[in-house]
Write a protein that binds this ligand. Structure first.
Ligand code: NAD
Ligand code: AKB
Length: 318
């Protein structure tokens, strides 16, 4: 990786990944992009090169790759699960059309492509506990359909055209810098904001809903470590299961209470979100990522809660 283009760079992952990569690779070697400069914070747009790229327009991607001599595209532009269920056409156009365009530009220019899949690529017929790396994938959301199809398309471009495609299946990501973009796991971010702002939280998922989760510093390590990994060691390349923790609303509530004893939580279950969450794994087996490129997350639930609460208190001026 010498010249990196990030699509969807103003979102939850991109806003942190851009700054981390600019520190590591140099400001001018990391080109951030989004549909509009107004989608996020000024920091990303002003701290290095920025391009307007709508990923549904292949010329936007190709022009930026050629202009900046890009050798790696980290493709993050997407529509997430909850928004995707409300806007299925948009989810298909952005997630499938955008990925196809990025892969085509990779094929034409030789750029390597990193793009995340998700636990949403699994469905109710997948083994829910210790979900294997290679298993049944029959998702029940449009987001999940685009994610599993994206995994297969990335494998195809590697095998058929030699494009260096890589990716992980991220679980729910928790962070304090940029709010999540409309997913089913967003409650696990909202709960920290509400704990600090109101001292109470109404949870949209039932108390026994287990899902895999990860703190953003570990997610950034996953992207960078896999993108830098020795290709001869990679048997899977795309869609590695990665996880750092699996918890239910009761578990995250108990963790926050260790630092804020007066915090309270009640439930008002959202049936649409609950149905999606029920169709996703409870816990992933990430041994392939550990064996093939040394995946080893640093944050567990309490370490994450401590850091999130400290950082958010500063951000919210509390
Ligand atoms: P996000 O919603 O926070 O950011 C995505 C960005 O893409 C947004 O800024 C949005 O404006 C932009 N975008 C939407 N349509 C676009 C278009 N046509 N052209 C260009 N930009 C467009 O998402 P994120 O959380 O940063 O996710 C990045 C990737 O990681 C996605 O592929 C997502 O599926 C995957 N992922 C995220 C999580 C998570 O918990 N955040 C978990 C699993 C997988
Ligand atoms: C979502 O909930 O849609 C995302 C994801 C797990 O892909 N956070």
């Amino acid at each position: 990786m010498k010249k990196i283009l990030i699509t969807g760079a103003l979102g939850q992952i991109g806003s942190e990944l851009t700054m981390r990569l600019r520190k590591e690779y140099g400001e001018n070697n990391v080109i951030s992009s989004s549909r509009s400069a107004k989608d996020g914070s000024d920091e990303i747009v002003k701290s290095g090169p920025f391009e307007i790229i709508d990923v549904t327009n292949i010329n936007h991607i190709a022009n930026a790759v050629k202009k900046h001599n890009v050798d790696t595209i980290i493709h993050l532009a997407a529509i997430l699960s909850a928004v995707g269920e409300a806007k299925t056409n948009l989810a298909w156009d952005v997630n499938m059309g955008g990925l196809y365009n990025v892969l085509e530009v990779g094929r034409e220019t030789g750029a390597a492509i990193f793009t995340p899949s998700s636990i949403a690529a699994f469905g109710p017929s997948t083994p829910a506990k210790n979900t294997p790396q290679d298993t049944i994938q029959r998702p029940k959301t449009m987001y999940g359909v685009t994610k599993v199809a994206g995994e297969i398309l990335c494998d195809y471009y590697y095998e058929r055209f030699g494009v260096d495609t890589r990716g992980v299946r991220f679980p729910g990501l928790i962070s304090y810098k940029t709010l999540p973009g409309g997913g089913t796991t967003d409650y696990a971010v909202d709960i920290y904001y509400k704990a600090i702002e109101d001292g109470k939280f109404t949870c949209p998922l039932g108390e026994d809903t287990y899902m895999d989760m990860m703190y953003m510093p570990d997610a950034l390590d996953a992207i960078i470590n896999l993108a830098q990994a020795d290709p001869s060691k990679l048997k899977h390349r795309n869609a590695f299961n990665v996880t750092a923790m699996s918890f239910s609303p009761e578990d995250i509530f108990a963790s926050i209470k260790k630092f804020m004893p007066d915090f309270t939580m009640s439930y008002d279950v959202n049936p649409t979100l609950q149905k999606i969450a029920n169709s996703w794994p409870d816990s992933l087996d990430d041994s392939a990522a550990r064996e093939e490129w040394g995946w080893n997350p640093k944050y567990d639930l309490d370490a994450m809660s401590k850091d999130m609460l400290e950082k958010l208190k500063v951000k919210l001026g509390k």
